[in-house]
Each structure stands twice: as C-alpha cells, then as structure tokens.
Design a protein around this ligand. Structure first.
Ligand code: AMP
Ligand code: MG
Length: 513
C-alpha cells in the first residue's frame, strides 16, 4: 500500500549526509494513537492508516511504498560540551510529503531500533515518553506555538529495559524538517566545506527560498534562524514552557519546538525553575532559555563562517565574523520585542500609534516585569495568575487576589495596570463606553492567556495509566482538554488546577530514553 505520497528531497539531494537504514520489526503492533486532524492536513487516508496494513507501517514492520528510510547524521553541543557524532540513534526519516498547504513535512520514526548512530543505546522508545510527545506537542500546537507533532504511536508488544521493564512504542513524528544546528556542526567539525555549502543551500531552498542565490544568503539564513528562534523562545516564556534540554542538536532550523524529553510547564512562577534530573547546574532553567538560544545561535554562526569567507582571505573572514557577531548581538533585542509583544497581549493592552508607542512600550515593559516580580515573590501559579487577570479586567478581582498569600499584594500594581488600560480606552473612545471596553479586553486576554496547560501531575497520571495499566482514557481526556487551552468550560476545571505544592516541589523529569 502507499499510505504516504512521498517526495524525498533529503535522501535525493544530500547523499553522504545519512545512512540508508531499515526499521526493526516488532512482535505485536497495536495502535495507541492516531492524529486524525494532522493526517487530514497531510492529505492521508485516516481509515487506511488505522487499519492493519497502516498499523504495520506505523510500527516499522512494513516499509511503505516510496519511503527511503535514513538515519540522519548530526553532532551537537550537549550541556555545553561538543559531541562530534550523535545522529539518529533511535530515529529514522521515512521520507517527506507535501501537505495540503504546500508545505514540505518530514515523516519520521522515533524508537524504530538501532542504527549506526546508536552508540550504547538500544534504539527503542517506551510508551510513556512517546505519549508524552503527543500531549506536549499537541498542547504547544493548540497554544499557537510552532512544534513538531505526533502523527501516531504504536505499542510494539515488547518490553524496553530502562530502570525497569517498560512497554515499548514507536512514534511517528511530523516536522517541517529535522535540520538542526547540530546538522551543520557535524560537517563543520569535519572541515567539510563542500558538504556544508550543499547543506546550507538545501536548507535555504527548503526554509528560506527567498534567499536562494543571493550573494549573502548564508548571513541571511543566520538572520532568519535567529528571528524564528527569538519568536519561538518568546512564546515559550509567555506560556511558562521549560524545554529542559536545549542542546544544539535539539534546536531546529525551522523554528519548531522539537524533542519533548525532560520538558515541563512552570507552575508557581520562578525564573530559576529546573525540573530535569540531569540539569544539575540549571543551564536550561526557565529564565536561562533566551541566553541559551543565543549561545546556540553563536554555534550555528560559527558553522557558517567557512561559507562566507575563504580561510586564507583574512579581510573577508574578519568581515564575516563581524557580520555574524552583529546578528548574534541583535538576538536579545529581537527576543525582547517578541516577548514584549506577547506580554502586551497577555496584559490586554495595545500600542497607541506613532508618537505614543514608545512611551506605551516602556510603560508596558515595566508593568510586565513588575507583575512577574510580584508572582515570583508570592510563588503564584503563572498560568492562573495571567488567566485571572482577565477576570480582573472584566471586573472581578476576587479570584486573582486568592492567588496571593496577602490578598492586597497586587493592589498597587493593579492600580497602575488599570491606569494604563484607561489610556488605551480613551484612545479608542467612542467604541461603546467603559463597560464594553472592559468586556472586550477580558475576552482578548482570554485568547492570549490559556486556562489549560499540560499540568505536570496530569501528564504523569495519564502516562502512568497508559504505561502501567494499558488504560488510555485519562490520556485521551487530557489530550482533548489540551486541544482547547483558551476555554474555561466546567468539564475542563480539573485540568486548570495546579498540582499540589509538594508534587511540584519534588517533580523531576527525565530525557525520553
Ligand atoms: P535526545 O536526548 O533524545 O535529544 O538524544 C540525544 C542523542 O542520543 C541522539 O543522537 C539520539 O539518537 C541518541 N539516543 C537517545 N536515546 C537513544 C536510545 N534509546 N538508543 C539509541 N540512541 C539514543
Ligand atoms: Mg534530540
């Protein structure tokens, strides 16, 4: 059968960048999850995918027509240290399809068995971590944050051995591409300028085609990646997402979030929050993410230098370094404006035109910073505090006050925020008076501030039920809630509640191995 209309540009155009490889067959495939909406977006036949032949494909037992499975080579800086060879150790790119909107999407397995890049690993994945990719990826997507997404998860019917035996699974992942900073590092580290150029030109054709053929296209690529990462990380910061393992091999060129291993959503607001069991130094702490993104981009910039200037041309090299440095130095500014724009929407504010915009921006930045400082001091729940600020906009401050130990803690700040809202309302006067403005603001804020996020205790409950008891209902109910993050319907109430404090305090996440 031909479930996917493959068109495999990576396999075709980048020979020598991968190893052709086959997935390992598994004993008893059983479909745990199929993403119908995503399948439709890709133009796939959902019924066929869910049938026995489809499941056999999604398990890696039958390689579908047109697939050219490959293990991609990449390197990466992991916790600051360089590993010259990582690569797809338990993943395979099956091929690419063109989606309904004309976008090229990778179809890839995770957990499909050992490859030449497996090093000591078994190449396998467990049910829990793969369903976790489903939950967090779909939550991010519903929140409007670029993300790779899970198309399917199939239980393999065989155990994988971690600290204990766990049920095994294969995930089918869909991505704009699997090009990473680490892909460039692989060839840069080997001094293979020819392949590096081929890779960069392929990447430009795929992600930034407007730059194709331009003389300064590699600098343009760096700028484009910096811009995408600035908006992405700003979005993470505005929903309280901690990636947990921002190694350069986990930073995409496309600007999609990838690899949901030790990630978590912050509950009580604390910029120093770290949940990953292996992040002892707090390198990937919540508040460090923008600085790490910049650090990763500097590693990316270094890989592009040999393309911008000949090694022997000292003057050209100097210029290339200066150009790249300018882009890296501009990153904090790009990030900041994306962050501020998001915060302004969360605060229910708008920028007045022209002359007043700069003053508004400064006021709003101070408001946002002081709000976050307030939450940090009180240890208030990040998501609920923003959400209940919308209730305050609508006239009810009681739910917000309840989040602070001292119910008057936010009074002075609220007065400043209301004054700023009044400035907006005066500028928009004539639209129907103060009460209409308040209702409109509250409803805008409820579209910018989610009620349902993947609460860590809910995620763990759902995964434990699926993994320990083969009970998928909690996973399915949670997933349905995560798809409606901005609604506050009664049946979603339980998903908006923070974890008990003692759960969050002891919460540790693990890389999805
Ligand atoms: P990750 O932490 O998932 O980003 O993976 C980092 C590197 O370790 C990549 O090269 C993976 O392919 C590899 N890796 C992770 N888990 C396994 C595994 N179970 N078997 C083989 N390789 C793995
Ligand atoms: Mg990875």
């Amino acid at each position: 059968m031909a479930p996917f209309p493959f068109d495999n540009s990576y396999a075709r155009d980048l020979r020598g960048f991968y190893v052709a490889w086959q997935p390992v067959a598994v004993p008893a495939p059983r479909l745990l999850y199929l993403n119908h909406e995503l399948a439709a977006e890709l133009g796939l036949d959902v019924a066929a995918l869910a049938g026995p032949d489809g499941v056999s494909v999604l398990a890696g037992n039958a390689v579908p027509e047109g697939a050219e499975p490959i293990a991609q080579a990449y390197a990466g800086h992991q916790f600051g240290g360089f590993s010259p060879q990582l690569g797809d150790g338990r993943a395979l790119l099956l091929g690419e399809v063109i989606d309904r909107r004309g976008g090229r999407r990778d179809i890839a397995f995770k957990g499909s068995g050992r490859t030449p890049f497996s090093r000591g690993g078994d190449g396998k994945a467990a049910v829990g971590p793969m369903l976790r990719e489903v939950l967090i990826g779909e939550a991010m997507h519903a929140l409007g944050i670029p993300s790779t997404r899970a198309l399917a998860v199939v239980a393999t019917g065989e155990p994988v051995f971690r600290e204990q035996a766990l049920p095994g699974a294969v995930l089918t992942r869909v991505a704009a591409s699997h090009l990473r900073v680490g892909t460039f590092e692989f060839f840069a580290a080997r001094g293979d300028v020819e392949r590096l150029r081929q890779l960069a030109d392929y990447t430009i054709a795929r992600h930034d085609p407007a730059l194709s053929g331009a003389p300064d296209r590699y600098l343009g690529l760096l700028r484009a990646v910096a811009a995408r990462q600035a908006t992405l990380v700003a979005q993470w910061m505005n929903v309280g997402f901690i990636h947990g393992v921002m190694n350069t091999d986990n930073m995409t060129i496309s600007g999609e979030t990838i690899d949901y291993g030790p990630c978590a959503f912050i509950e009580a607001y604390d910029p120093r929050a770290v949940f990953s069991s292996i992040d002892h130094g707090g390198r990937y702490a919540f508040g460090n993410q923008p600085a790490i993104a910049r650090w990763n981009l500097a590693r990316f910039a270094e890989t592009l230098l040999p393309l911008a200037a000949d090694r022997d041309d000292e003057a050209a090299l100097k210029r290339a370094v200066a150009d790249a440095t300018e882009v890296i130095d501009a990153f904090p500014g790009l990030f900041d404006s994306a962050l501020r724009e998001g915060q302004r929407a969360k605060l229910g504010l708008t920028l007045r035109p022209a002359a007043d915009a700069a003053a508004d921006a400064a006021t709003d930045a101070a408001l946002a910073d002081d709000w976050l400082a307030l939450l940090a001091r009180a240890g208030a729940d990040f998501t609920l505090a923003w959400r209940r600020l919308a209730d305050a906009a609508a006239g009810d401050e009681v739910p917000l006050r309840a989040l602070f130990g001292d119910p008057g803690a936010a009074d002075a700040w609220l007065a400043r925020w209301r004054a700023r809202c009044a400035v907006d309302d005066a500028a928009a006067a004539g639209a129907g008076g103060a009460s209409v403005a308040a209702i409109e603001r509250a409803s805008r804020m409820r579209r910018a501030n989610p009620f349902v996020i993947p609460r860590n205790h809910r995620v763990e409950q759902a995964l434990a039920a699926a993994s320990d008891h083969g009970e998928l209902e909690p996973f399915e109910r949670l997933l349905a809630a995560l798809r409606r993050p901005f609604e506050q319907a009664p049946e979603l109430a339980a998903y908006g509640e923070p974890a008990p404090l003692e759960v969050t305090a002891g919460y540790r996440t693990f890389c999805g191995t």
